[in-house]
Design a protein around this ligand. Structure first.
Ligand code: BEZ
Length: 250
């Protein structure tokens, strides 16, 4: 009788563990704080990154092919992100020595798509306890109980989460898109505009909506220097050099 009761309790605990709900930070939230050990020493997040944009991203596991292709790509693009005042921080639920061994292997042995001797110099967080991964909603039990999904958090210089993107284990990220996101967010902040579908620097940008009937009328009558598809949907030119000069020289 006692044995059956213990079995039943254990069964319930297991079910509860399987159905665990992890915190999911949202766009507009302050980035959750943590201290962590990384391949570049300890970090205090996001305090150490105040004044910079950051991409905090998770990968499922060291010594796996998709993750290796991603790390080589990200490391090759790191200087481009840094020029846009954006730092990179990786995380997986592996330990520090696994991280070190994997990054050494990447540098010493892997040649992929013309990239070789790639040194990953941005911090890679060890998170064997899954403390950070759970805080950031990087564990998705429907996908894996033991590996983080490919999460991307773009965090602004004030430590606010501005974009969140999730990919499953099998799908490598598009790094052109991640760079586009960083530039588009900075452009929106700098020029007080919004960016339309598939926007890239040099494309027209969307101006804030008309705030009165008079402004709506003026816009539709062509009195403002913009192109209006309707009164609520107006764009203006913003040339590529103006965007990149402002962002990359900041
Ligand atoms: C990979 O990075 O190759 C990978 C990692 C976990 C599951 C599937 C693929």
């Amino acid at each position: 009788m006692r044995g059956r009761k213990i079995f039943s309790i254990n069964f319930k605990i297991k079910k509860m563990e399987e159905n665990q709900v992890f915190a999911m930070p949202r766009i507009g939230d302050k980035a959750p704080e943590f201290k962590a050990v990384t391949t570049q020493g300890e970090i205090n997040f996001p305090a150490d990154y105040k004044g910079s944009w950051v991409i905090l991203f998770s990968h499922p596991a060291d010594f796996t092919p998709v993750c290796t292709s991603e790390f080589m790509t990200f490391a090759s693009l790191e200087s481009k992100f840094n020029e846009a005042n954006c730092k990179l921080v990786g995380l997986s639920v592996d330990g520090l020595y696994s991280h070190i061994a994997w990054l050494r292997t990447i540098k010493e042995k892997i040649e992929y798509k013309g990239m070789k001797n790639v040194e990953v110099t941005f911090p890679l967080i060890e998170d064997i306890t899954m403390e950070v991964a759970k805080k950031y909603g990087m564990m998705m039990p429907g996908e894996s109980n033991t590996k983080a999904v490919r999460a991307v958090f773009v965090i602004d210089p004030a430590g606010v989460i501005r974009t969140i993107i999730y990919y499953p284990l099998s799908l490598g990220r598009n790094f052109d898109e991640l760079y586009r996101v960083v530039i588009a967010l900075q452009t929106a902040d700098e020029f007080k505009i919004a960016t339309p579908a598939d926007w890239r620097p040099g494309d027209d940008v969307i101006v804030p909506p008309a705030g009165s009937c008079g402004v709506a009328k003026d816009r539709m009558e062509g009195k403002e220097d913009m192109k209006c598809y309707d009164w609520f949907f107006c764009t203006k030119k913003l040339d590529k050099d103006t965007v990149l000069d402002r962002i990359l020289k900041k």
